[in-house]
Design a protein around this ligand. Structure first.
Ligand code: AHR
Length: 500
């Protein structure tokens, strides 16, 4: 039995959690849009063709923002192709994923869908093949009230009220050689600065995200952040981070240790932001938008065999297992514990494409990673508390001193509750976690939700959709502000505590 402990104090706060860290992402890629959220003629479709079974699951996830329309897709995207009468929209070869884009579903449909799903769009502009002009035009179309060419065009398209989209990404992964219109840090920094200037002149109420590196392993990492921010520090609000982990090596201990790498990534980007802040003698703080994160690798081989230039193929359809859910849980814990600087994060993606939700012609189901995300998004709202944690550690191929027990503590003062999120990364031993919460006075354990399975590789599929599903445990104890919690081996845990 492993032994771990944590102590916290309600006056020691890391920060208030911005609910937007529970964002997600829909790209025009594979079956994310077509068959995922939009499928006219399906028995699940509403009058607009939106799948209501998908919407119900998105609502369970309680997603405050959804990034759209890409991703790599956005870097060759002409937004004008996606608005106006559907019959007149252009079909285009889509260069990023080498498929056909029908544009039946576009910007206005996405805004409409977002409202129904209880979320808000986070739009990206194309800084690959396009630039300042297209960015200011799409912003005018979306946010300008009336009386100008593009605002009146929106009204003509049936949307009298502006969409009032508050959050915009200045391109996508512009450091990546795979990106259409890939740029050097100097080229991108200048363009991001000028685009930001034009967009904020048109609508000063918006917030802007500049592209950071597309991964910690990029050869330009660090230099990219500081060069880009040196140009656009004063005109942007956030810098992006992206990361996807894989277990190609089938080394599960090392795979689960990747949350340590994610934490290092966040700390390094924060340092780059603060270096430019110091250099510029600025009072402004740039925060982080972790707008793509997940596990992605199961579908890599299948995707190499895909036929090109078809519409909405089965692309990036990773089937997730328990160990993926455990890493996703640890990544959520990492985001929660860095809430002082990470204000936005998007699980990439939402439906069918490396996603928590899958659909077929006969229904929709929850992948394993659905559960940690749903729990964190619903119960991880409030203030993250600083904790002193004592956990046994292990070394893996790429990491040293990896805690077996990852944890985060969130205090929701309004609801008089505390939630402890914890992952036990041991494959052989259960753990007992003692939590010292005496600062809160009397407490009692409300519920303890566990996601686990004997088989680390257990999956949920269309034929077996609840193979990995949460269970409830009522054997924990609490006395005089201290609780003793059982964390089964290889498990994700949510302990909901009432302050009496
Ligand atoms: O989410 C899939 C892809 O991963 C995105 O299009 C891109 O930004 C990243 O490389």
């Amino acid at each position: 039995m492993l032994k771990a402990s944590l102590i916290t104090d309600k006056y020691y706060k890391i920060g208030d959690i911005d609910p937007r860290i529970y964002g997600s992402f829909i790209e025009h890629l594979g079956r994310a849009v077509y068959e995922g959220i939009y499928q006219p003629g399906s028995p699940f479709a509403d009058v607009d063709g939106f799948r209501s079974d998908t919407i119900a699951l998105v609502k369970e996830l309680n997603v405050p923002i959804v990034r759209y329309p890409g991703g790599n897709f956005v870097s060759a995207y002409n937004w004008e192709d996606s608005v106006g009468p559907v019959a007149e929209r252009r079909k285009r070869p889509e260069l990023a994923w080498q498929v056909i884009e029908s544009n039946e579903f576009g910007l206005n449909e996405f805004v409409k869908w977002s409202k129904l799903a209880g979320t808000a769009p986070m739009m990206a502009v194309n800084l690959g093949t396009r630039g300042i002009d297209a960015a200011r035009n799409v912003l005018e179309y979306c946010n300008f009230k009336e009386g100008t060419y593009y605002s009146d065009l929106r009204i003509k398209h049936g949307f009298k009220k502006p969409h009032d989209i508050k959050l915009w990404c200045l391109g996508n992964e512009m450091d990546g050689p795979w990106q259409i219109g890939h740029k050097s840090a100097h080229e991108y920094g200048r363009l991001a600065w000028e685009t930001a200037k034009a967009m904020k002149t048109l609508d000063p109420s918006i917030e802007l995200v500049a592209c950071g590196s597309s991964g910690l392993m990029m050869p330009t990492f660090g230099e990219w952040e500081s060069t880009v921010l040196d140009y656009c520090y004063d005109s942007v609000d956030y810098i992006s981070l992206h990361t996807y982990y894989n277990n190609h090596a089938n080394d599960s201990a090392d795979f689960l240790a990747n949350s340590v790498g994610m934490n290092d990534f966040i700390k390094s980007v924060t340092a780059a932001c603060d270096y430019i802040k110091g250099k510029k003698h600025s009072k402004k703080q740039i925060n982080l938008s972790f707008d793509e994160w997940n596990v992605w690798y199961h579908s890599n081989e299948a995707d190499k065999q895909l036929e090109k230039w078809v519409h909405a193929p089965h692309q990036l359809e990773d089937v997730y297992n328990l160990e993926d859910a455990l890493l996703v849980g640890s990544m959520l814990i990492t985001l929660i514990n860095n809430c002082d600087r990470v204000k936005i994060a998007c699980l990439a993606q939402l439906v069918n494409v490396i996603a928590p939700i899958m659909t077929s012609d006969t229904g929709a189901w929850r992948q394993t990673i659905f559960y940690p995300f749903m729990h964190a998004s619903n119960y991880g709202r409030g203030t993250t508390l600083q904790t002193i944690c004592d956990s046994p550690v292990y070394d893996s191929r790429n990491y040293t001193d990896v805690p077996y027990i990852d944890s985060a503590v969130v205090w929701n003062e309004k609801e008089e509750s505390i939630t402890v999120f914890a992952v036990n990364k041991s494959f052989t031993e259960d753990a007992v976690l003692t939590c010292d919460l005496r600062q809160f006075g009397d407490i009692s354990i409300n519920e303890h939700i566990i996601l686990t399975h004997d088989d680390l590789k257990a999956e949920n599929t269309e034929n077996s959709p609840v193979n990995v599903a949460p269970i409830y445990f009522d054997g924990d104890t609490s006395e005089d502000g201290r609780c003793t919690i059982m964390l089964p081996k290889q498990s994700w845990n949510v302990i909901r505590i009432r302050i009496c």
